[in-house]
Design a protein around this ligand. Structure first.
Ligand code: ADP
Ligand code: ADP
Length: 230
């Protein structure tokens, strides 16, 4: 079923139209690849979905309800989490702090470090990570940091996960681990957006593909249909 719908999105910067009447529908339990050359409008679309930009025209609905996010926090509260290529965490803070800072105090209001450490271990074990959660984030590889960023985004948001070029700086083994995690999140019912330049990874991981070109929607197909027509 459809979790998020963006309809007729228009966004201009000065006299440049970055998005021209773009639609996007994200389904739960699917990986949706978003493709396009540099400048096609991918980041702008993501920023609109996540409340970082406001569209000039168009509508976004989450679970059938119209939304108007004006801050990324609002999008996050509505279940939309984003992980950027340049891991959007705090490198000089501990893994624990990176997982829990900015959390709803009602849900994660504990101040007991031992309790937090236990919870951090419990969460990260679901992602195949058994690490020292008291260590500074920067002491871990980019791949591990990225998994921590995904864990944070999923725990914080939990409906839509946007991965912006997540494999750009990973080696093949790390990519495999990441894909395993993504497949597990898919099975949990998340709607995942996968922005990448690697076409082989699109076919390997995605269920649906949307292509943007110069701010326009070129097409949106299931992988099955794309395979049949190619
Ligand atoms: P992509 O992510 O596909 O590379 P972007 O969404 O970043 O594309 O960019 C789409 C177009 O919008 C580009 O021409 C880009 O220069 C322009 N653009 C994006 N953000 C801004 C901004 N804040 N101000 C002006 N132009 C922008
Ligand atoms: P990224 O390419 O990493 O997504 P951003 O799009 O966030 O970077 O751009 C960083 C800053 O530059 C933002 O303040 C954005 O508004 C601005 N910006 C991005 N593209 C353009 C552009 N083509 N012209 C003017 N400003 C831009």
């Amino acid at each position: 079923n459809v979790v998020l719908v963006a309809k007729g999105i228009v966004k201009t910067f000065g006299n440049h139209t970055a998005l021209n009447n773009v639609d996007l529908a994200l389904h739960s339990g699917e990986v949706h690849a978003l493709l396009g050359e540099n400048g096609a409008g991918k980041s702008t679309l993501i920023k609109i979905i996540t409340g970082a930009y406001t569209p000039d025209h168009g509508e976004i609905s989450v679970d059938g309800v119209l939304v108007q996010f004006t801050t990324p926090q609002q999008a996050q509260s509505a279940g939309i989490g984003t992980v950027y290529q340049e891991v959007n965490l705090l490198p000089n803070m501990t893994v624990i702090d990176n997982l829990f800072i900015g959390r709803q105090p009602r849900r994660y209001g504990f101040v007991d470090r031992k309790k937090m450490a236990r919870e951090a271990h419990r969460i990260l074990s679901q992602y195949g990570l058994d690490i020292d959660v008291h260590a500074e984030l920067s002491t871990f590889s980019v791949a591990v940091q990225q998994i921590i960023a995904i864990a944070r985004a999923v725990e914080l948001s939990g409906k839509v996960l946007i991965l912006d070029e997540p494999t750009a700086s990973l080696d093949r083994t790390e990519v495999e681990k990441l894909f395993e995690i993504v497949r597990r999140l898919k099975a949990r019912g998340l709607a995942i957006v996968f922005i990448t330049h690697f076409l082989d990874q699109v076919f390997e991981l995605s269920d649906r593909v949307t292509v943007l070109r110069n701010g326009r929607l070129v097409g949106s197909e299931t992988i099955g249909d794309l395979d049949r027509t190619s």
